[in-house]
Design a protein around this ligand. Structure first.
Ligand SMILES: C=C(O[C@@H]1C=C(C(=O)O)C=C[C@H]1O)C(=O)O
Length: 290
């Protein structure tokens, strides 16, 4: 029987996906977050890295791998609200249809500030939409990273990644993961690897994902070199971008996830994680894996 995976293909998962070798009997498709959310919920795939808010909303039927996440503590660089006036003066914000998690995060952040601008789905690059009657534009993923650099870059040799500008060309970029950190002091968990409770992934797939992640994180410079030309961004920017992610759903990432769940989906079912990390039948000793 085939086990079907659905991968969000943004660069931020390249350290896990680039060298992943699917075990026999596992197939994979790729797409943007909202496509992979829908594919998992409709049963078109069996496991996917989905927007964490969809995992929370469907916690009665879904479970997540206990040690995989796309999370950050502080800035993420690729979940950005581009705006031309101060946050409290925003009247109309364009939302990307690719995202569920970042939209839910923006809603929480606006509510915490007592703000209620009009939120509308609209595609296109931030610069164009800002000239078309929107004073705020939410973008995620590779295009948001590129547009962020278009606003704040080019960085000079003297710029340190801890003192990055967040304005340029009359546009301010509010990094939503940074805003979450300012509000809570916790990491923000954007994605988890979820599957239906009655259909967990084969242990060989989890093991292959762990090996691929160890390989990717161990060679971030090579991953950055591979992807920088495609993105049209400097290698050192991509390497910093990737280095900054938290891929292991550690205790602080779960804390952030639970805090977000309480704020965004009150009354949600208990979040469950499994299968527990453990030995895979006939696997090589840890020391001998890549
Ligand atoms: C950090 C990001 O996280 C992604 C954002 C998601 C969303 O907004 O729904 C879903 C999955 C994440 O991998 C990003 O795309 O830049």
């Amino acid at each position: 029987m085939t086990y079907r995976a659905g991968w969000i293909h943004y660069t931020n998962v390249a350290p896990i996906l680039d060298t992943l070798v699917l075990p026999p009997g596992v197939t994979a498709i790729t797409g943007v977050p909202t496509e992979m959310n829908a594919a998992l919920l409709s049963g078109r795939v069996d496991i996917a890295n989905i927007s964490a808010v969809e995992f929370i909303r469907n916690a009665d039927t879904l479970e997540a791998l206990p040690d995989f996440s796309v999370a950050v503590l502080g800035p993420v660089y690729s979940v950005n609200l581009f705006h031309t006036r101060p946050l409290h003066q925003l009247r109309r914000i364009a939302l990307t249809a690719q995202s569920a998690m970042s939209v839910a995060l923006l809603e929480v952040l606006l509510r915490e500030r007592g703000l209620s601008p009009v939120l509308e789905r609209a595609e296109g690059d931030a610069g164009t939409l800002l000239g078309q009657g929107y004073d705020g534009v939410l973008r995620i993923g590779d295009s948001a990273l590129r547009e962020w650099y278009g606003v704040v870059g080019p960085l000079t040799a003297r710029t340190t990644m801890t003192s990055l500008p967040n304005t340029g060309r009359g546009i301010t970029v509010t990094d939503l993961a940074c805003a979450w950190f300012d509000l809570t002091g916790h990491p923000f968990t954007f994605a988890v690897w979820a599957y239906r409770k009655d259909n967990p992934p084969p242990p060989e797939l989890i093991q292959a994902m762990r090996e691929a992640r160890r390989e990717g994180i161990g060679h971030l410079a090579a991953v950055a070199r591979r992807h920088a030309p495609r993105l049209g961004l400097p290698e050192r920017v991509i390497q910093h971008y990737l280095w900054n992610f938290r891929y292991h759903l550690e205790a602080p990432d779960r804390l952030g996830l639970h805090e977000f769940a309480a704020k965004a989906v009150p009354g949600h079912a208990e979040l469950t994680f499994g299968p527990r990390p453990g030995p895979v039948a006939a696997s090589r000793p840890y020391e001998q894996t890549r």
